[in-house]
Design a protein around this ligand. Structure first.
Ligand SMILES: C[S@@+](CC[C@H](N)C(=O)[O-])C[C@H]1O[C@@H](n2cnc3c(N)ncnc32)[C@H](O)[C@@H]1O
Length: 234
């Protein structure tokens, strides 16, 4: 992928997520209230991704240094904190960072939440036991670079738990193959979609000094019921 295209994807993705943090448009109550945040989390775990609890195994984060990359509105950040993880969460969208900070403060959950990029993590090598990112890395315009960063900041033998969209997914077929063409006019959405196209066709390669577990999301609903079929450990 050309640097030009990667930069274009990064810029388009940033402005997209600054404008519309993930889930903010769902009719789940007044944005920013505890009720809204709780409904958002329930929607994610009960409707959108019922497999997530089984796949991610949040309770195993207790006492561990967990880095969440692309925290969005902080549903999983809250779950990691409640499980007893020592959480650091980043997102490159300021809006998302502020909302996640506010959400965790409301719940009295301590965490380090900062604005930063998945492609240039502001942490020393070997700083975390777990790297976690759900539905983020294909939006970065540099998925392999993001994974390289993940294994730089992980301790040797640490685990990266990542959800990426799969090529054989409704998401891909609908947004990329149908809407992608329709919107392919240089508008931000088109560039953002090219990010999905890239990861879907290129897949991931990485030589991690640890474990990389990928959940391929947004597949056809029946397939998503089976974590085993969708996840790969490297
Ligand atoms: C689909 S949302 C997922 C949010 C959250 N993980 C969830 O599951 O609700 C993608 C998130 O990734 C963030 N993001 C995208 N590219 C990023 C990057 N290069 N560095 C950090 N965050 C990024 C966006 O700002 C957005 O909050």
């Amino acid at each position: 992928m050309s640097t030009l295209l990667s930069n274009e994807i990064r810029a388009a993705s940033k402005s997209h997520w600054e404008e519309i943090p993930c889930g903010i448009n769902l009719p789940l109550g007044e944005v920013g209230t505890r009720e809204f945040f709780e409904n958002l989390r329930r929607f994610k775990y009960e409707v959108d991704y019922p497999e997530i609890i089984q796949f991610v195994r949040f309770p195993e984060g207790a006492g561990k240094r967990v880095l969440e990359v692309g925290c969005g509105l902080g549903s999983d950040s809250q779950t990691w904190c409640e499980a007893g993880a020592k959480l650091t969460a980043i997102d490159f969208a300021e809006h998302a960072v502020n909302m996640t900070k506010y959400r965790l403060e409301q719940c009295g959950l301590p965490a380090d939440v900062r604005q930063a990029s998945a492609l240039n993590l502001p942490f020393e090598d070997n700083s975390f036991d777990v790297y976690y990112s759900w539905g983020v890395l294909m939006h970065t315009g540099g998925t392999q670079k993001a994974l390289d960063e993940a294994f730089r900041v992980l301790v040797p033998g640490g685990e990266a738990i990542v959800m990426l969209y799969h090529k054989n997914s409704l998401q891909y077929r609908f947004y990329v193959q149908i809407l992608g063409r329709k919107f392919d006019d240089g508008a931000p959405i088109a560039s953002f979609i090219r990010g999905l196209k890239w990861i879907s066709s290129a897949g991931c390669s990485s030589l991690p000094n640890g474990r990389l577990t990928i959940f391929f999301g947004r597949m056809y609903p029946a397939w998503e019921r089976s974590c085993r079929r969708n996840s790969r450990s490297y």
